[in-house]
Structures are given as C-alpha cells and as structure tokens.
Design a protein around this ligand. Structure first.
Ligand SMILES: [Cu+2]
Length: 600
C-alpha cells in the first residue's frame, strides 16, 4: 500500500504550519494553483502550496492524524489526512477496484464515508450502520469497484471530525470521454473553518442558537416595508415573526461570526489561485465540503456553464451564479480571457462573509473582490405555497409556529384550506407525530417544489442564477419504472431548542425506514422548518422529479429550502443499512437522520 510515486507532492504539499499570515488572516500559502492537467499522468506542478495533494491509482493509504494548523492567525488543533487539510484529492477511474487503507492515529474512533459513491454497505463508512468505525491505532481496508464517474468528496462520519478538517475531494475519471471538452481543470473545495473545538461549537449552538444572528431589523426597515407592503401587512408580518420567536435574518445557524470560509484550505487572504492560459477551457470542480455553510458562487466577468451536478452529467446550463448546498458538487466550464485574473467569489448564504480564490495567468495576481450582497430576509412567502403574492401570509396561518407558544404544535393544521389560492389543495398532511410535539415549533403549508426559484437572497439580483429546474440530467430515467409507492417525510425542528428531526422524531428514537430490495419508490420531503436542509441518502441515487412527477435530475443530495415540497425517485438496488440525513453536520447530530434499510 503506497502512494503512486509518479504523483508529485504526495505528502500533502499544503503544510498549514508553514503558512504566513497577513493581518491576522492566514495566507494559506503562496497563491500557486494546483493546475491539474487533463490527464492524471501529467498531473500537477511539482511545487505548490494551497490546495491538497493529488494521489492517483488503485491503492491508497490514508493516515488520519491530529495536527496544529493556523487558519486565522491562531494555532489550533485540526484533523488532517497525510498531514494535509483538506485531505488529499483522490483520483480514481470508473470500473477500477480501489483499495484504501485508512489508519487511525487519533485518540478517538474515526471513519471515512465516500460521499455519493455507489458501493456495498459495509464499505460506506458510517459507524453503527456500515461498520463499527476505525478504532485508535487500527487500520481499516476499504475495497470496492467504481460504477460511476464524476466529482465527489469524502469525509469523516464520526463525531465532529468533518468540521475539524477531515474532508477531501474525490474525482472518478470516466471510461468514456466526457461529453464536453476542456483543457485544464481545478478542484474548488469550499469549506468552513472554526478555531473553536467543534464539539464546543455544537454545545454553544444548542444552548444559544441565536448566537450568530443578533442582527435586529431597524425602524428604518420597518418604515420601508410599511411603505412598500402597507402598514397592516407589515405589522402582521412582524407579529408573525415575533410569535415564531426568530428573526427573519436567521438564514443559517452559524455564520462568519464563527467561521472562516476556505477555498481548498486557504482563507480569503490566502487567495488560492488556479492558473489558466487565455483561450483555454477550464473545468472547475466545485465541492461544498462545509459542515454548515451554503455558498453563492460567482466569478465576475465570466459566464459559467454547468455541465454536471453531484457528479452526473446534465444538459449544459449557462449561469452567472449558483447556490451550492452543503455536500453538493457542480462541474463548471469557464473560458477566462481578456483579463489576467478573475475572482472566484463565494459568499455565504447569510451574507456574513465569503470564501475567495482567483483564476489567474500567473501566480500572485488578484482581481477586485465584490462587496457582499445585502443580507437577505426570510419572508412569510418563503414558508407558504404561494410565492410573492398576498396569499403568502394566509399560507402561514395554519402553521403552528404562528399559533403556538411553548407547547409545540397543537393540531394537524397544515391540511386546512385557507382558500388563498388553488395550490392549497396540495397542502401537506402533517404526520401525527408532529402534533403536540415539543420538538416541533412550526409547520408549513408548503405544497410546491419551487424548482425554478433561485432561492432566498438570489431572486431578482440581476444575475442569471442556477436553479434545480434549469438542470436536466443528460440521460433518461435509468430505471424507467414508475414508483410503486410513496413515502412522505417532513423535515422538522425547534429553533430555540436546536432540535432537528424527520416527522418530529429524532434519530435516536426513530424506526428504520424499510425499502424492499429492487423497488422503485418515491420519496416526498416537506420542509416544515424555516431553515434550508441538504438531504443525503447513502447507497443509492436520489432522482429528483419535476413538478409533474417526471424524472428530472439525478443527485445524491437534495436541497430543501424553507417552505418546499420536493419529490425524488429511489431505486432500492443496494442491500443493507444506509444513512439518510440532513448534511448540516449539527442538524444531523441533533437528530435529523434516519436509517434506511434495504431488505430482500
Ligand atoms: Cu438540516
């Protein structure tokens, strides 16, 4: 078991301890991009910092260890793989059988999960479901054959290790050439770093969920809203928010007040740089390896053509900007020319900070960094079935968040027809387990998938923004059968308790969801919370349906904005026990997880 020695920089060329810093922000190394060449054989440049090492082949050895890093100007403990943060970029080939020996040098149990990769359940790396985990001092051997290609990632599924640095990019080269041409490629791995101990951050979030959201709306905002929406509407809106005991600026639980956002392990001042030659087509493999952060990504001056989502080809879509949920990947083609440098700008969804890198013709260049967009506000429309219209407020009336105090939801209100608009006939039936449940603070009347909605903070911003609706798989439904049955699950939570669950039942007390081996079933998710949740089902694809219930987009992670109802098809062709969860790390820990058992 060794590295492919033909690959330069195999020991994690990015050495965090060698970083210099600038005014309290780590530089993340000199800004020399890892220019992965088209073919792995000639990959990389020998000298580079910023970005993870690249390793290729079929035999891999990964050493998980603890190591001090300096991201923010303070030296803090991190979890590294082969002394690298992020973990090395692994490059595999479709059809190959890969062997990965993972050695645990930590004092805690560890694991590696190969996100989005189809494999036997005992190779999936989820302690308690796939295996027992990797004990300190032990080595676990993963071995499986690759049945797919594309851009993926891998990360720990133990404790909060992912937040501490245990994540890396994973590329599976296709057997057949890609249906598009490119001259050069770069991995752009986005993540969130905290100097805090991640377990302590979780405890703080549990105790003070509002910690990072202390923005209050001002009188000026009130007057503006009243002028726009009318005084009565504005007062009603404020009253509603007050009764829900949250503020409309609660876009994310944790934001830049706590996090430093990274591109390939480099803080904004570090300016990770990917090189290009004018006229080249450059493939950017965007991966959101954050624990808790959504990003809105754009490269001012460049159109981006999205050619794959979650590793799977789509019909090319040209956009100015895309939102990438935690755990998603997008492959994007750009043709930089006319400037020597372009900024890759990834602001967090709550507009509190950004990750930043640069595409440049040589090292050491920079382009202007845009200012962040205004902080978006959730509106009642985000929770209702009817976007933007006056019916939106009515849509909330049945939501128990607007009605209830401490006790949680009192009744199954969601199915009530408020007569606002025709869509109410689709209003969800809330599961009985939500009623009177102290872990559920609200329900929505969500009835629409909103696949064409760019999302909170991205509507009408003058830019062409990617949506799920605009992405179509390049292939027809690979299964072809109509789903034989439908399972509906509601995403539920209680903001003040930082309690998260499906159907009001946290993982610890939930029964597994049982699927019959070989069946084609439909999963329907309804988001009853005010937060956005990226939902990931291990082991099988999640084939997102369009608004008419047809096959639309193959994914491994389905983003669920507030007030949406989305459905996808699952082919239960992988026996065993699989994790099904929100990919916000602390939501999963708090209980938004189920076991899915596929049984013969
Ligand atoms: Cu969540």
């Amino acid at each position: 078991m060794k590295y492919d020695d033909s690959t330069p920089g195999r020991l994690g060329a990015f050495r965090p301890t060698r970083r210099q810093f600038v005014t309290g922000l780590a530089t993340g190394g000199a800004a020399l991009g890892l220019g992965l060449a088209r073919a792995p054989a000639s990959a990389g440049t020998p000298a580079r910092r910023g970005g993870a090492a690249l390793v290729t082949g079929t035999e891999f050895a990964l050493d998980i260890g603890a190591m001090p890093v300096d991201i923010t100007g303070r030296t803090r403990p991190a979890i590294t793989v082969n002394d690298s943060l992020p973990a090395p970029t692994l490059r595999w080939r479709e059809g190959d059988t890969v062997t990965v020996r993972v050695r645990n040098r930590l004092r805690d149990m560890t694991s590696i999960h190969w996100h989005g990769i189809l494999l036997p359940s005992n190779m999936d790396g989820v302690p308690g479901l796939s295996f027992n985990g990797i004990a300190p001092g032990e080595t676990f051997q993963y071995r499986f054959q690759l049945k797919q290609s594309g851009t993926y990632w891998y990360h720990s599924h133990s404790l909060f290790q992912e937040q501490a640095g245990l994540y890396g990019a994973l590329i599976v080269d296709p057997r057949e050439p890609a249906p598009y041409h490119y001259d050069r490629e770069h991995v752009v791995l986005l993540s969130d770093w905290t100097d805090l101990d991640p377990a302590a951050l979780y405890r703080r979030t549990k105790k003070m969920p509002e910690h990072d959201n202390y923005y209050q709306r001002t009188l000026v905002d009130f007057v503006r809203d009243a002028r726009r929406d009318g005084l009565a509407e504005t007062i009603a809106d404020r009253g509603m928010w007050g009764r829900m005991r949250m503020t409309p600026t609660d876009i994310s639980d944790i934001n830049a007040h706590t996090y430093t956002y990274l591109v390939n392990g480099a803080a904004p001042a570090g300016n990770w740089t990917g090189l290009f030659k004018p006229g080249e087509k450059v493939l950017l493999r965007f991966i959101n390896g954050s624990a808790m952060s959504y990003f809105d990504v754009r490269i001012p001056g460049l159109k981006m053509t999205v050619v794959a989502a979650d590793g799977q080809y789509i019909h090319p879509v040209s956009v100015d900007e895309f939102r990438i949920a935690v755990a998603e990947t997008f492959d994007v083609l750009v043709e930089p020319m006319g400037q020597d440098a372009f900024t890759i700008f990834a602001q967090d969804m709550g507009r509190t900070g950004y990750a930043r890198g640069t595409l440049a013709v040589r090292d050491g260049l920079a382009a202007p960094i845009p200012s962040r967009d205004p902080r978006p506000l959730l509106t009642m429309a985000d929770m209702a079935h009817d976007m933007g219209g006056h019916g939106a407020h009515k849509g909330m009336e049945g939501g128990c968040g607007a009605m209830m105090g401490e006790g949680g939801c009192g009744a199954n209100m969601g199915a009530m027809d408020h007569g606002a608009h025709g869509a109410t006939s689709n209003a969800p039936n809330h599961p009985a387990s939500e009623a009177g449940n102290p872990l559920v603070d609200m329900q929505s009347s969500a009835s629409e998938p909103k696949l064409d909605d760019p999302g909170i903070g991205l509507r009408d911003n003058g830019r062409q923004v990617l949506t799920y609706g605009a992405m179509h798989s390049l292939f027809e439904d690979p299964d072809g059968r109509e789903p034989g049955r439908t399972v509906e699950l509601h995403l539920t939570g209680h903001m003040e308790k930082f309690a998260w669950s499906f159907d009001g039942i946290p993982f610890a007390s939930a029964e597994p969801l049982r699927l019959k081996y070989g069946e084609r079933m439909r999963m329907v998710l309804v988001n009853d919370t005010m937060m956005q949740h990226p939902i990931h089902l291990h082991g099988v694809w999640s084939d997102l349906e369009d608004a008419d219930g047809g096959f639309h987009l193959r994914k491994h992670t389905i983003d669920m904005p507030p007030g949406t109802r989305r459905s996808y098809r699952v082919r239960a062709d992988a026996l065993g026990r699989w994790a099904f969860h929100c990919h916000l790390l602390y939501h999963m820990e708090a209980g938004m997880m189920r076991e899915v058992r596929i049984e013969a």
